[in-house]
Design a protein around this ligand. Structure first.
Ligand code: SF4
Length: 100
């Protein structure tokens, strides 16, 4: 359960969108370790859950904004998210209304 690992510990999600997270109710591992076959199968399984998740967009936005470096968030791998975050940061830097 990906999101339980970042909860406040009070048993309730910190953001309302987490109430609808598909990963709350699955045994799929959202934190695959390594780059071998088993890790790739875990990654695919987690992404499959994410693709059916109604809050995937919110999840990915949260992961980018809070620099979640590990695990699967919003159907993205760690490597994919690093690339997306670089783009996201450059877009934020170009928008003078935002401060990071
Ligand atoms: S997109 Fe994936 S990691 Fe994010 S809340 Fe949904 S199931 Fe969980």
């Amino acid at each position: 359960m990906a999101l339980h690992q970042t909860e406040s510990g009070l048993g309730r999600p910190q953001e309302p969108w987490r109430e609808h997270a598909k990963c709350r109710w699955t045994s799929v591992d959202f934190f695959p370790v390594g780059a071998g076959g088993p890790a790739m199968r875990q990654l695919d399984a987690a992404k499959t859950v994410c693709r059916r998740c109604p809050v995937a967009e919110e999840c990915l936005a949260y992961a980018l904004a809070t620099n979640q470096q590990f695990g699967v968030w919003g159907a993205t791998s760690e490597q994919e998210r690093r690339r997306l975050r670089r783009v996201w940061l450059s877009e934020c830097a170009g928008d003078s209304r935002l401060s990071i």
